[in-house]
Design a protein around this ligand. Structure first.
Ligand code: TA6
Length: 304
């Protein structure tokens, strides 16, 4: 891995971004432009902070997260790839794939305009990944940082055989108190209820989601947009998606929290995950030489 000085020589852009030795002393991109600030760790190419001007922190990050190569960061925006959840063929493989616990390479930082910065990370196969998933690929994570936040994952099949991926942009949003939020956009959609290891198919009522117990719902035909309303933090978060027909809403609540790594007993009170996915039947086949893109865009508005 190049030194911080070498990385800045290659990638730093004045009034946009620089590389620092961040949490866990891991190389970390710090973006600051005229619209927002953001922080992205090289570990998992994981965005761990996004603060649009005029707002407080919008992304939840566990205080207990270790920031160690090979170990996923708890919070931020984990990139779940090349499988979402348990690996269907071998449940002993890492949950949510290997992209989120691997150090990525920074490929490019470019100023789009005074208020917009694009940061591109790239992940390519290595001997570790081949033990888990024996395909040639290129995965790019493209972050567009402005008054809105865009996260795009582009998978390219560099192999001679087709492969199928499931994936998730597993965003942990910071909320003032889980008891006060509501989530729109899932009305009347069918979902797999994964709570307690179940897999029952249920249907969301024609009303917003409110969270007063563990929720782990994989929604089908869920294209968005979704809106998280946080009346105490006086803001709404609108999520629009491309290349995705499935989404997950997750909060572990009290009991499940006790079994989660790097998660404190009260963590559940100030986070909600709304995840843009290609999960279950929404998994995507990628032919040799072809690419698949999934994108989540987040906009933030004040609530009066
Ligand atoms: O997306 C929801 C979920 O699959 C939950 O079931 C829970 O496992 C969560 O992801 C976090 O997974 P992790 O492996 O980070 O503890």
């Amino acid at each position: 891995m190049a030194t911080i000085a070498e990385l800045n020589k290659l990638f730093a852009v004045e009034n946009h971004a620089k590389i620092v030795s961040g949490k866990g002393r891991l190389p970390t991109v710090k973006v600051k432009n005229q619209a927002a600030e953001a922080t992205i760790s090289f570990l998992g190419a994981q965005l761990i902070s996004f603060i649009p001007n005029g707002f407080t922190e919008t992304i939840w990050l566990s205080k207990a997260s270790k920031f160690v190569d090979g170990n996923p960061i708890r919070g931020g925006i984990p990139i779940c790839w090349p499988w979402f959840g348990k690996n269907q063929d071998d449940p002993n493989l890492p949950m949510h794939g290997f992209a989120r616990h691997t150090l990525w390479d920074l490929e490019n930082i470019s100023p789009i305009d005074d208020k917009t910065t694009m940061v591109i990370f790239v992940l390519k196969p290595n001997k570790e990944s081949r033990k888990l998933w024996n395909y040639d690929f290129t995965l790019r994570a493209i972050f567009t940082i402005s008054d809105t936040l865009e996260v795009e994952l582009v998978t390219t099949n560099k192999d001679s055989k087709p492969f199928t991926i499931s994936q998730g942009i597993h965003t942990y949003f910071k909320v003032d108190n889980i008891a006060n939020i509501s989530i729109d956009g899932f009305q009347k959609l069918k979902y797999f209820d994964k709570v307690g290891g179940a897999n029952d198919i249920k249907k969301q009522k024609d009303e917003p989601i409110v969270v007063n117990q563990e929720i782990d719902a994989v929604f089908l035909n869920a294209k968005g947009p979704f809106t998280v309303s946080d009346p105490i933090a006086k803001r709404t978060i609108t999520i629009t998606n491309k290349g995705s027909n499935s989404a997950v809403v997750w909060n572990p609540w009290k009991e499940r929290s006790k079994k989660l790594s790097e998660y404190t007993p009260h963590s559940y009170k100030t986070m909600i995950c709304v995840e843009t996915c290609n999960a279950l039947d929404d998994a995507r086949g990628v032919k040799p030489g072809q690419s698949h893109s999934i994108k989540a865009s987040y906009s933030f508005d004040k609530l009066n």
